[in-house]
Design a protein around this ligand. Structure first.
Ligand code: AMP
Length: 505
């Protein structure tokens, strides 16, 4: 298959808003790709080289200066091999050799292909939002149920290998993906509920737990070996020595736990989220002592040789309680008074509660209704699309943020509003620098950025607005905080924004 075919399909994906059309385009390409090139095709179409990041900066790529080829002739497999080679270069002189190898590759690409490769390698094409569409396309191409693909993707964390298994071995090969100790799986997510009553009405038997405001962790332990991962499956074991020590002490041989971690103040209230997140980027001992992270576990996916993914929550929760001791998140199975738990959570400074169906299995990938979050304050996680230069006291700072909601059908984020409220001086300074690092273009007033950053916004609701492309605009939006633990694929969708419309318009 030629790179030109992928570039053509990528343009077709961008040109339509129809989920069905996108699935058809992707499925057709998956079916046409040979086995050896399929993983790369799937990786390219979700905007990533199959090697992940290949470690080449924007500057190097912008300076390549290769004249484009007149005719398309590059095969996907050749591009994949060349990128593999570039990714493998290290040591002295590697920057120069990398630039040479990339120059040779770009010189064989047409102008369209060069643009595609540039965007692929700078991360600009990265389309987390397309993952859900790709899952459906793999299912369509391989003629297997979507659930089988979703489950294999949850377990492998990687779409290219999932696609290859689906196409070459069908449902059986997909069923062979197992939970493996030391390989993180994609986390299960929650959907919002309007109120506690609504959440309780929706499920029969429930578990009600505090929804704590920290950072998600997934912990794997086998014997003395412990690994800790973030929500985006990044390994942070080296930064969280205190968590590792504590998990090593648990009374078991092997375990996989899902939980939330945060630091507390001296009187036991949660410390600001930024402080917890800052720990994920650093392993300096003095910080560790200053800011001790505590884990609050809420799920158990494996215990002493037994996989629990397909067991109902009732069973997983019993396993959890048998092993984590005091590190259990506060909550109650089939509570008599769920509102008392909500009140207690809010009194203790937490966000709200989770209401979970005790009959549900662990399923990632799609925001299901098995876990419902109940929070009194309305917040949405939105994608930063750009920011306008400030005035007065904010002159020289990027201030008014342009905010986008996720298109559930895999298109680019849809703008739903702007805000400059809630930004501290520290955040203003930080975003002025950070946004220019991911700048896509600018005009006199605004710096537009690649859609990479997620920001949590508190709002009063939404209103109908013909001025915005999704037909809705945020009312009284203000920044709560940036969410470095989330990717644009985790942002709230345009449907979630519409669900907050006042007056049901
Ligand atoms: P949200 O990020 O608003 O979709 O809420 C889901 C997140 O809440 C999860 O990814 C966890 O990081 C966090 N969380 C806090 N407490 C719980 C809990 N008891 N169960 C599940 N997730 C929780």
């Amino acid at each position: 298959m030629l790179l030109a075919d992928v570039v053509f399909a990528s343009a077709a994906l961008a040109a339509t808003r129809s989920r069905k059309a996108k699935i058809a385009t992707l499925a057709e390409l998956i079916n046409r790709a040979g086995e050896d090139e399929l993983p790369a095709v799937v990786a390219f179409l979700t905007g990533q080289p199959s090697q992940g990041r290949i470690g080449t900066g924007w500057r190097t790529l912008a300076d390549l200066g290769a004249a484009p080829a007149a005719e398309p002739g590059l095969a996907v497999a050749e591009v994949d091999a060349a990128l593999g080679e570039v990714a493998g270069l290290s040591g002295s002189g590697s920057a120069k050799r990398r630039a040479e190898a990339l120059h040779a590759l770009f010189a064989r690409a047409t102008a369209d292909e060069q643009r595609f490769l540039f965007r692929l390698l700078t991360g600009e094409l990265r389309q987390g939002a397309l993952e859900g569409v790709m899952v459906d396309a793999i299912a369509a191409a391989a003629e297997v149920p979507g659930e089988a693909v979703r489950r294999a993707f949850m377990l492998s964390g990687r779409l290219p290998v999932t696609a290859l298994a689906a196409v070459t071995g069908g449902e059986q090969a997909l069923g062979e993906f197992r939970l493996r100790l030391g390989r993180p799986l994609r986390p299960m997510l929650a959907s919002p509920a309007e109120s506690l009553d609504e959440a309780l009405r929706e499920h029969g038997s429930v578990l009600v737990e505090y929804k704590m405001d920290g950072a998600r962790i997934q912990v794997h332990r086998q014997g003395d070996e412990v690994h800790v991962y973030t929500r985006t499956l990044r390994e942070i074991t080296a930064n969280v020595a205190e968590l590792v020590r504590l998990v090593r002490e648990l009374p078991c041989e092997s375990v996989v736990l899902d939980g939330e971690t945060l630091a507390l103040t001296d009187d036991g209230r949660p410390r600001p989220f930024q402080e917890t997140m800052s720990r994920f980027g650093s392993s300096r001992e003095e910080q560790v002592r200053e800011l001790l992270l505590r884990p609050y576990f809420f799920d158990c996916l494996h215990l002493d040789g037994v996989d629990l993914l397909d067991a109902p929550l009732r069973e997983r929760n019993a396993a959890l309680r048998s092993v984590v001791g005091e590190h259990l998140i506060p909550g109650e199975v089939e509570p008599e008074d769920a509102s008392a738990i909500l009140d207690a959570a809010l009194d203790a400074g937490h966000e709200g509660v989770m209401v979970k169906s005790l009959d549900s299995v662990y399923a990632a990938g799609r925001r299901g209704r098995a876990w419902l979050k109940v929070k009194p304050v309305h917040t949405l996680d939105l994608v930063v699309l750009g920011a306008e230069w400030g005035h007065g006291r904010r002159t020289g700072y990027l201030s008014n943020l342009h905010l986008g909601a996720r298109d559930p059908d895999g298109g680019p984020p849809i703008m739903v509003g702007k805000t400059f409220k809630g930004l501290t001086d520290e955040l203003l300074a930080w975003q002025t620098k950070r946004l220019q690092e991911i700048e896509a273009r600018r005009d006199d007033w605004t710096v537009y950025v690649r859609p990479e950053l997620v920001v949590e916004i508190e709002l009063d609701g939404a209103q109908v607005s013909p001025r915005y492309p999704g037909g809705v605009a945020l009312r009284f939006a203000r920044v709560v905080r940036y969410r470095p633990d989330k990717e644009p694929a985790d942002a709230d969708t345009i449907d979630a924004v519409r669900a907050t419309l006042k007056g049901g318009a």
